[in-house]
Design a protein around this ligand. Structure first.
Ligand SMILES: CCCCCCC/C=C/C(=O)SCCNC(=O)CCNC(=O)[C@H](O)C(C)(C)COP(=O)(O)OP(=O)(O)OC[C@H]1O[C@@H](n2cnc3c(N)ncnc32)[C@H](O)[C@@H]1OP(=O)(O)O
Length: 719
C-alpha cells in the first residue's frame, strides 16, 4: 500500500499505492508509517520524496472508512513524524492532493506540483473539516483570509494558484517525481527548522475577530443550515489565535462533533450517490459497462429559445462543433447574439478564449444531414415536437441520435414518430442549461443501449451529473415536484400564507421556498400546461367543483392568480409583490393575504393554525411517497438516483442527502405514520396514501438506504 525504493543513490522514494485515488486507507497509513521509518533509518538516504502511483498523489482519507471503527495508524501522528523528520521530506504532487492528501503534503518540508495538479481541502463538502492538522497548518502557511476561503468552500486550486498562494514551492511541466527527486538532492543536508509549518506563527491579521465574524456571517448565509462550514471558520480562528498544540485540540474537538453528525453521513452518502448514478443500468438489461457510446463529431440543437441557447453554450464549452437551427432569420440572429454574449462572459470568467467558432447558425433543417446527434429544444408542445421529429427522421443520416429536451412530455410518443425509435432518448436539461448540473436522460422501452450510453456520456462531457430515468409524466424530478407544490397550495387553502410555507422550507435548507421559486419561474408556465390538460381555464368540464378535478382535490389558487395577470417576478406580482416587473426581492403582499381570506370564505374553509412541522411533513413526505412509487415503478433504479436529481436539480440541501436518504434519517416508520395520518385527514388526496414499497420497507424493519435495492428487486419479482 506504500512502496519503498532508493533512487539516485540517496533519495528514498515512497509511493502511495491504492488505486484509483491512493486514498489513505488503514493499509496505506500503515504503509506510510513503515516506509518513512525505513527511509529515516537508512543511513544512505539523505532526503525523501513521497509520491502517488498512477499520476495521482492522494485523494485524501478513505471516505469509506468514515462511520466505521477506525483501525490502523492515525493520520495526525503520522504527519507529525514526517514533519519532525531530520531528513528533507518532499511531496511530489501529480493529479490531485486533496483533504488528508494535502494535509500529508503540508507535513512535508517541500511541495513540488505538476502544472496540471489540483489541490484543496474539500472536507467541508463531506461534512467535516481538515482535521489532520490542515486547519492549523494551512493558515500558518498562506495566511488566515486565504485559508478561510479554501477551507470553508473546499474549492480546489490549480498548481499555478497554489504556487501564488505559497502552498507549493515549485511547479513543473515535466515528470513530477523526477523534478522532486532533483529537488530532494539539492536540499539534502540543509537545515529544516524553517520548513516545519506547525512551528510558524500565523501571519498577522489586523482584526482577526472581525475577519472571522465577517466570514462566519457569509458562511451562515450560504450554508443553509450546514454545520461544517461554521466549524471550519472556528478551526481557522483557533489557528489564528492559539498556539499550534491548542489549535490542534480545538480542531479535534470540532471534528468530534462533525464526524458523527447526520449531516456528515448525508454528505458522504451524496458523494458516493453522485458516482453511483454514472454506473447506470436500465430494465432492458443495458448498463454503463457493457454499452458503448457513439462517437460524436458534430451535434445539432433545434430551437434557440432559453433552453436551446443554454444547451448550445454547454455543448460549445464542452468543445463540440454545434449547428443550431431556428425557423426565422431574425430569431436566429437574436439567438446568435445572446449565445455569443453567454460564451464571452463564461470565457472571461474562466480566463479562456470563447469557443464562438464551434457554433454555426442556420434556418435550414437540411443542414442537419450529417450530424451525429440532435437535441430538439423547441417549445414544449407535443404536436410541434412530433412534427420536428418526423422532419428530422427524414433529413438526418441513418444512425443519428434524436434527443428531445422536454421537462415531462412522453418520450415514447415522440420516438414513435421516428423511423428509428431505438435512437431516441429524452434529455431533460434544467434552466439555465449551461449552468445547472443536472441532466435527466430519459430512456424508453425501445431506446438502444448505445443511445442511452451516448446521452449519458454527452452529459458528462458537458460537466453534468446525468441520471438515467424511465419515461413517465414529469420523469423523476417534476413528477415528485408536482406533489410538493400541490401540498403547498393546499396548505394556503387551509390557513397558511406563502411567507409561512417558504420560511419553513428555507429553514429546512432549500435556497428558496416553493412560492418564491414559482414566482421566479413564472406561474403562467404551469397554467398553460394545466389548461392543455383541461384542468384549468375555460375547457374545465362544467359542473365540476372548483376544488375537485378528475375526482381528487385540486387547488385553483395558482390559476386564479394567473387570471389576474399575476405571473410572478416578470409581472411584479405573484405569490409575493416586487418593486417592479422583473424585480427580484419578494415582499409579503397584503393583497394576497386578503385574496386568500376571501377564497377561504367563498369555499367555506376555516383557516387553522399551521406550523412549520406540518408544512415540512405535508410537502416533503408527499414528495417522498411519490419517490417510493417511482422506485416501485422502476422509473429510477435506486434511491441514489432520486437523491442526486433532487440535490443537483431542485435545490434539496445536500447536507440532508436527498429526499429518500432524508426519509431514512427521519425514520421510515415515522414517515409512514405521518402519511397515514394526513391521508386520513385528506382522503381526497390519493397521493398521501402510503405506497406499497414504503410499507414493505417498514415491514422489513426499515433497512438503511443502501439495502433498499434488494427489497425493490423482490417487489418487482413478485409483480
Ligand atoms: C477522527 C478521524 C480523523 C480523520 C481526519 C480526516 C481528515 C481528512 C479527511 C479527508 O481527507 S476526507 C476526503 C477528502 N477528499 C476528497 O473529498 C476527495 C474526494 N475525491 C474526489 O474529489 C475525486 O474522486 C478525485 C480525487 C478528484 C478524482 O476524481 P475522478 O473523477 O478521477 O474519479 P472519481 O470518479 O471521483 O473517483 C474514482 C473512484 O474513487 C473513489 N474515491 C475518490 N476519492 C475517494 C476517497 N477519498 N475515499 C474513498 N474513495 C474515493 C470514488 O468513489 C470512485 O469510486 P468508484 O465509483 O469507482 O467505486
Amino acid at each position: 500500500m506504500a512502496q519503498y525504493s532508493r533512487i539516485s543513490g540517496s533519495v528514498g522514494l515512497i509511493t502511495l499505492s491504492n488505486p484509483p485515488v491512493n486514498a489513505l486507507s488503514a493499509a496505506v497509513r500503515q504503509g506510510i508509517v513503515d516506509t518513512v521509518e525505513k527511509a529515516l533509518g537508512d543511513p544512505q538516504v539523505k532526503s525523501v520524496v513521497i509520491c502517488g502511483q498512477d499520476g495521482i498523489f492522494c485523494g485524501g482519507a478513505d471516505i469509506k472508512e468514515f462511520g466505521k471503527n477506525m483501525s490502523g495508524p492515525p493520520l495526525i501522528p503520522m504527519i507529525h513524524t514526517i514533519e519532525c523528520a531530520t531528513k528533507p521530506m518532499v511531496a511530489a504532487i501529480e493529479g490531485s492532493a486533496l483533504g488528508g492528501g494535502l494535509e500529508l503534503a503540508l507535513g512535508c518540508h517541500y511541495r513540488i506540483a505538476h502544472s496540471k495538479a489540483r489541490l484543496g481541502l474539500p472536507e467541508v463538502t463531506l461534512g467535516l473539516l481538515p482535521a489532520a492538522g490542515g486547519s492549523q497548518r494551512l493558515p500558518r502557511l498562506i495566511g488566515v483570509p486565504a485559508a478561510l476561503d479554501l477551507i470553508t468552500t473546499g474549492r480546489h486550486v490549480t498548481a499555478a494558484e497554489a504556487l501564488q498562494l505559497g502552498i507549493v514551492d515549485q511547479v513543473t511541466d515535466h515528470a513530477t517525481v523526477d523534478a522532486a527527486v532533483k529537488f530532494a538532492l539539492s536540499v539534502a543536508g540543509k537545515p529544516l527548522d524553517t520548513r516545519r509549518i506547525s512551528t510558524y506563527p500565523c501571519p498577522h491579521v489586523s482584526d482577526v475577530d472581525a475577519l472571522c465574524e465577517n466570514v462566519m456571517q457569509k458562511v451562515r448565509k450560504s450554508a443553509h443550515g450546514a454545520i461544517a462550514p461554521i466549524a471550519c471558520v472556528q478551526a481557522v480562528r483557533a489557528a489564528a489565535t492559539l498556539p499550534y498544540t491548542q489549535g490542534m485540540e480545538r480542531e479535534k474537538e470540532l471534528m468530534a462533533t462533525l464526524y458523527t453528525s447526520g449531516q456528515a453521513r448525508a454528505l458522504q452518502y451524496s458523494f458516493f450517490a453522485q458516482r453511483a448514478v454514472s454506473k447506470w443500468r436500465i430494465p432492458s438489461g443495458a448498463r454503463w459497462d457493457t454499452s458503448t457510446p457513439r462517437p460524436l463529431h458534430k451535434v445539432a440543437v433545434i430551437g434557440l429559445g432559453t433552453m436551446g441557447r443554454g444547451i448550445t453554450v454547454a455543448l460549445a464549452q464542452a468543445g463540440l462543433p454545434v449547428i443550431t437551427v431556428e425557423t426565422h432569420e431574425k430569431q436566429l440572429m437574436e439567438a446568435k447574439r445572446a449565445v455569443s454574449d453567454m460564451l464571452n462572459r463564461g470565457a472571461k470568467r474562466r480566463g479562456v478564449a470563447p469557443p464562438l467558432d464551434k457554433i454555426s447558425y442556420s434556418c435550414n433543417l437540411q443542414d442537419l444531414a450529417d450530424v451525429d446527434l440532435v437535441i430538439e429544444a423547441v417549445f414544449e408542445d407535443m404536436t410541434l415536437k412530433k412534427k420536428v421529429f418526423r422532419q428530422l427522421s427524414a433529413v438526418c443520416k441513418p444512425g443519428t441520435l434524436l434527443c428531445t429536451n422536454t421537462s415531462g412530455l412522453d418520450v415514447d410518443q415522440l420516438a414513435s414518430q421516428s423511423r428509428n425509435p431505438e435512437l431516441v432518448v429524452g434529455m431533460h436539461f434544467f434552466a439555465p442549461a449551461h449552468v445547472m448540473k443536472l441532466l435527466e436522460v430519459v430512456y424508453g422501452p425501445q431506446s438502444s443501449p448505445q443511445a442511452v450510453a451516448t446521452a449519458m456520456q454527452l452529459g458528462k462531457k458537458m460537466g453534468k451529473v446525468s441520471v438515467a430515468v424511465g419515461n413517465c409524466r414529469g420523469f423523476v424530478g417534476n413528477r415528485m415536484l408536482k406533489l410538493y407544490t400541490e401540498q403547498a397550495s393546499f396548505l394556503l387553502e387551509e390557513g397558511a400564507t406563502p411567507d409561512l410555507v417558504d420560511q419553513a422550507i428555507e429553514e429546512f435548507g432549500f435556497p428558496m421556498g416553493v412560492f418564491k421559486v414559482s414566482d421566479l419561474s413564472g406561474l403562467d408556465v404551469g397554467w398553460r400546461i394545466r389548461k392543455e390538460e383541461k384542468l384549468a381555464g375555460l375547457s374545465v368540464a362544467s359542473g365540476q367543483s372548483t376544488r375537485i378535478r378528475e375526482g381528487r382535490r385540486y387547488s385553483p389558487l395558482a390559476d386564479l392568480l394567473c387570471e389576474q395577470g399575476r405571473f410572478g417576478q416578470k409581472t411584479g406580482r405573484g405569490w409575493y409583490q416586487y418593486d417592479k416587473p422583473g424585480g427580484r426581492v419578494a415582499r409579503s403582499d397584503p393583497w394576497l393575504h386578503h385574496f386568500l381570506e376571501e377564497y377561504r370564505a367563498q369555499h367555506g374553509l376555516v383557516a387553522r393554525h399551521i406550523d412549520h412541522q406540518e408544512v415540512l411533513e405535508r410537502c416533503l413526505y408527499a414528495m417522498i411517497n411519490e419517490g417510493f412509487r417511482i422506485l416501485e415503478d422502476g422509473i429510477a433504479a435506486g434511491p441514489e438516483d432520486i437523491d442526486v436529481i433532487y440535490v443537483f436539480g431542485y435545490g434539496w440541501p445536500r447536507h440532508r442527502g436527498g429526499p429518500m436518504f432524508y426519509s431514512g434519517m427521519v425514520g421510515l416508520e415515522k414517515v409512514l405514520e405521518r402519511l397515514e395520518h394526513y391521508y386520513q385527514a385528506h382522503p381526497d388526496v390519493p397521493h398521501l396514501q402510503p405506497c406499497r414499497l414504503l410499507r414493505r420497507l417498514v415491514a422489513r424493519g426499515s433497512p438503511p438506504v443502501h439495502k433498499w435495492r434488494e427489497v425493490i428487486k423482490n417487489l418487482h419479482s413478485q409483480l
